[in-house]
Design a protein around this ligand. Structure first.
Ligand SMILES: [Zn+2]
Length: 224
């Protein structure tokens, strides 16, 4: 599995520092299950943070630590491993049949078919993940093959992690493990690829701005 799309470094470093709100941290933890490059960034950031906490001089240490981090990341990108190395964030063997990373299984179980899906629009379904997070909302989206999520802009940031299948929008194509990190000004219309459709985790920090009438009417009802 080759991961082509990653979260912004601010989120990866925020995750390493333990400073992300719960919904963002779910998305990053789930992405780390698939992505050796971002796992390396987290490990390097944790090492740097640990060294600084250990009393080393921050200014003296920062350049060499950054060089080491960049060298490590370059090495991983040039020699993409066949599969992620072992990590506590990878799924346990008993749960490997599920498409869901362990970070998500602790919230919603391991069977996506058993979720009480809520119809969002025609061939798009959602399941809102219960968290204690008032800053952002996390949900699972299930989109039938060849069907679009309604075109929308954002009042904030939106992360979309593909859990199964793939989708495309005006920007690129996203497959399992890829995480799309979309900024406030982006307007896009994701479409699930043909085949088995697409299941993804979406996290956003503000209501979507739908361009079409029916989703706009339903928005307050569906809490999207
Ligand atoms: Zn990554």
């Amino acid at each position: 599995m080759t991961i082509l799309h990653h979260p912004g470094d601010d989120l990866v470093l925020g995750y390493a520092a333990g400073s992300l709100a719960e919904s963002w941290s779910i998305a990053i933890a789930a992405h780390l299950t698939y992505c050796p490059i971002c796992r390396l960034k987290v490990e390097a950031a944790e090492n740097v943070g640990g060294s600084l906490l250990g009393g080393l001089d921050a200014e003296a240490m920062a350049p060499s630590a950054l060089d080491l981090l960049l060298t490590q990341i370059k090495g991983v990108e040039q020699n993409e491993p066949e599969k992620p190395r072992a990590s506590i964030k990878e799924s346990s063997p008993s749960k490997q049949l599920s498409i869901l990373p362990s970070a998500l299984q602790s919230y919603i179980g391991n069977d996506v078919d058993a979720l009480p899906w809520q119809r969002l629009k025609n061939d798009v379904f959602q399941y809102l993940i219960e968290t204690n997070d008032y800053e952002a909302k996390a949900r699972i989206l299930r989109i039938k093959a060849g069907r679009p999520v309604p075109s929308h802009g954002h009042r904030g940031r939106e992360l979309t992690l593909v859990l199964s299948g793939s989708f495309e929008d005006e920007l690129s194509k996203f497959s399992t493990g890829d995480l799309q990190d979309v900024a406030e000004e982006t307007v896009h219309k994701p479409v699930a690829a043909s085949g088995d459709g697409c299941i993804c985790l979406a996290v956003k920090d503000a209501p979507l701005q739908f361009k079409e009438l029916i989703p706009r009417i339903l928005q307050p009802v569906l809490n999207i």
